[in-house]
Design a protein around this ligand. Sequence first.
Ligand code: NAD
Length: 459
Amino acid sequence: MNIENISSVLQAQREFFFTHKTKDLEFRLEQLKTLRKAILKYEDRLYEAFWKDLRKSKFEVYETEIGLVLEETGRHIRNLHHWAKPRKVGTNQLLHFWSKSRIYQEPYGLVLIMAPWNYPFQLLINPLIGALSAGNCVALKPSELTPTIAGVMEEMIVEFFNPRYISFFNGEVELSKALLEEKWDQIFFTGSPAVGRIVMESAARNLSPVVLELGGKSPCIVDSDANLKVAANRIAWGKFLNAGQTCIAPDYLFVHTSVKNEFLRLMSNKITQYFGTNPRESKDLTRIVSEIKTQRLAGFLGQGRIIAGGEVDILDRFVSPTILDNVKPGDPIMQEEIFGPILPVMEFSNISEVFTFINSHSKPLALYYFSEDSSRQAEVLGKTSSGGACINDVITHVANPNMPFGGVGNSGMGKYHGRYSFETFSHQRSVISKSTRMDVPVRYPPYRGKLRILKMLLK
Ligand code: NAD
């Protein structure tokens, strides 16, 4: 699909939606099962595409892309009947005599899903699962920066699905812009806060509901009483996973002065343990998505003091896992989301300094705190705000579909995963059903003498 045929494709999708076929639960289940089959068929092609675009290992592709999506598909297939049931709620029978109240989950209609390049498969297909399970028709727009992966996903969708049900728009930013000119019943966008604003502006023209899954600088705090070994294992994993190109990667580190040297020594050792003495040769270190973005990351290396890594090869799109000590809050690396394998470090002696810093910036997508003390943990959660958080870990909150995933403030709005996806892609329609056997006349004019009764009912 391209810019020229957007209108005709969307027109056909709207017509298909109004056949009401997608509202049938058995139809939805069948489509989710088809999606599962399609993913399994294309699994090997996806591994190859991921290697080509991002040089990403099979293990990480399964862990952070295919496995997550298969798990989500299974969860929706198992629970759809239960989630889709109209929910009975109580009714004040004095006010609403002889009536029943139910909340129906209704599909929005035609939904646009736009994805970024850093987890190009799961960030397109995971929301798709929610949208289908809720009964919508969907238009998919993958990122243009991972073209091989986008091409494989396009083939997969085209082979298995009717374009009147799921359309696939594979192309440059101009195509994204043209799609945003259209009227959507809902837009689900994952990407940068800057483009998020553009999406929201275009949605405002039609008052289309939007979900914005954005990014930002997620802080990671290691306190004086933290289990330093475990913290180093986990932070080095989460920061360098996908070469740091993760929306919920620990962006920067605040470490307590009393444990800083020891902790940074452990972190440096972890880098060697995970990626060897020459990380460029490691098969487990993903590459940066483009030369331009590698160049941008190289520009950060003049700040602070490099205590691990620091090597860059622009043509190979390689940046070694790097720790930058002595970074100052005013340094350029602290002004924007890093989105690469560089960890700037700042120290603190009193946790209130950390609160002041975090709360004077935009609300992050995630926050990570390492400490063994439950009252300190509660204080950190109580005095900060973020989309999600982990205590004594990083990133893993995203992988529990029993919890909603999403941002707050500058890091986004709306939520998804598991049941939350189903609900996000559904309009909750409140319906009251009344019997006609009795018609209590209090509400009807003339009102003379009735206010006293109303006051008894409504207080
Ligand atoms: P991006 O905002 O540049 O691009 C995302 C999508 O927007 C792409 O499909 C692209 O085609 C489209 N787009 C780009 N420029 C546009 C424009 N001017 N008008 C209309 N559409 C446009 O984001 P990215 O660089 O692909 O991804 C990185 C960002 O995404 C980071 O900020 C990261 O934190 C965030 N992110 C968030 C999550 C999350 O779940 N919250 C997940 C992954 C990435």
